[in-house]
Design a protein around this ligand. Structure first.
Ligand code: KG4
Ligand code: ZN
Length: 338
């Protein structure tokens, strides 16, 4: 039996469990009524996400998180019109928990399920708070992806450039690991960078074709820079941590902005949008806004709670699919790659 399309003021329960955050949110009448996220500290000591531990933590968090999202939104499950859930990309064991929970709730209550692409949802995070001027050039910067996306309308996404190796979030995380900091590395590096000098050391930009990015070289460059400096001064990192973090962060930001500028020469964008976990980075947010001002176009960046993984963006992306009548069959599987 196929479900009829839903209206724009439908109530959507969103569920996100693609990586290491378990999140549930409720969207009512186009507004986010709740957005509850349980993070997993268990990965901190390993310097990265341990998939098996992530799926176990999702198992224990998911029902309380959904209950909390419904209670905060002051509704019951029976008042929900559809359940939107991340179908991929992400970690298989993590995705399975969210998708199967959504299917179980849908079967029990006779509601449709909407399968959401996690990357599209990061872009949809912008629709929560903004009336976007299209066409928009989107820069998606997360722990697993770095992409330039040409957006002509909600749901119409063309990748025009992406990383050929690591994602920029990975460059933050791996850089932090090299410097002995915890996971996730982005917030750690940016905290240390606050009082540092970004001109302390110039990390090389990677030479890439077209609108591609590459972040594996800079991490290696950091490793060898530290090794060499520590040969003559074993306390080099301890003494200069703020400056090294500021220089490393600044190099990553410049690498991102360079490709956005290049893309703006080719694509007639009315606006630019910054999304994904790394968009929580303050200096990047400021530089992105300044870039838009210098090009006299609009810029959009989500509030912090909608930058890193969250279910509000899943509910928002799900609403657009539900309006088009795009629902998931109950035998649909998660997918790990975009
Ligand atoms: O979007 P997200 O929450 O998860 C994925 O879909 O990957 O992004 C997580 C990434 C991590 O690499 C983390 O280090 C980075 O976002 N991140 C930051 C900041 N906050 C989170 N990177 C730089 N500065 C931040 N303030
Ligand atoms: Zn994400």
């Amino acid at each position: 039996m196929s479900n009829p399309p839903l209206s724009a003021n439908s109530t959507i329960l969103g569920i996100e469990s693609s990586c290491d955050d378990t999140s549930a949110a409720v969207l009512i009448n186009g507004k986010i009524a709740s957005n509850i996220t349980a993070s997993q500290d268990v990965h901190r000591k390993y310097g990265g996400v341990v998939p098996e531990l992530a799926s176990r933590a999702h198992q224990s968090h998911i029902i309380p998180v959904i209950e909390s999202a419904l209670t905060t939104a002051k509704i019951t499950l029976s008042e929900v019109d559809a359940i939107a859930v991340t179908q991929g990309p992400g970690l298989m064991g993590s995705l399975v928990v969210g998708l199967n929970t959504a299917k179980g709730l849908a079967l029990a209550t006779n509601k449709p399920v909407i399968g959401v692409n996690h990357l599209h949802a990061h872009i949809a995070a912008l629709y929560i708070e903004n009336d976007i001027q299209f066409p928009m050039l989107g820069l998606l910067v997360s722990g697993g992806h770095t992409q330039l996306i040409w957006v002509t309308e909600p749901g119409s996404y063309h990748i025009i450039g992406q990383t050929i190796d690591d994602a920029v979030g990975e460059a933050f995380d791996k850089g932090a690991k090299i410097m002995g900091m915890g996971y996730p590395g982005g917030p750690e590096i940016s905290k240390w960078a606050e009082s540092g000098d970004p001109n302390f050391h110039k990390f090389p930009d990677s030479q890439t074709e077209d609108l591609s990015f590459s972040f594996s070289g800079i991490k290696t460059s950091l490793l060898y820079f530290l090794k060499k400096a520590q040969q003559s001064d074993s306390n080099f990192l301890v003494k200069n941590k703020t400056h090294i973090c500021a220089s490393y962060q600044d190099a990553l930001i410049q690498m991102l902005l360079k490709r956005v500028k290049k893309a703006l020469k080719i694509y007639p964008a009315a606006s630019i949008g910054l999304v994904g976990g790394v968009s929580a980075n303050l200096p990047l947010r400021m530089a992105f806004k300044q870039l838009a001002e210098s090009h006299k176009i609009h810029s959009y960046i989500p509030s912090f709670e909608f930058c890193t993984d969250n279910a509000a963006m899943i509910a928002q992306a799900g609403l657009h699919l539900a309006i088009k009548g795009e629902f998931l069959k109950l035998d649909a599987l998660p997918y790990t790659r975009a």
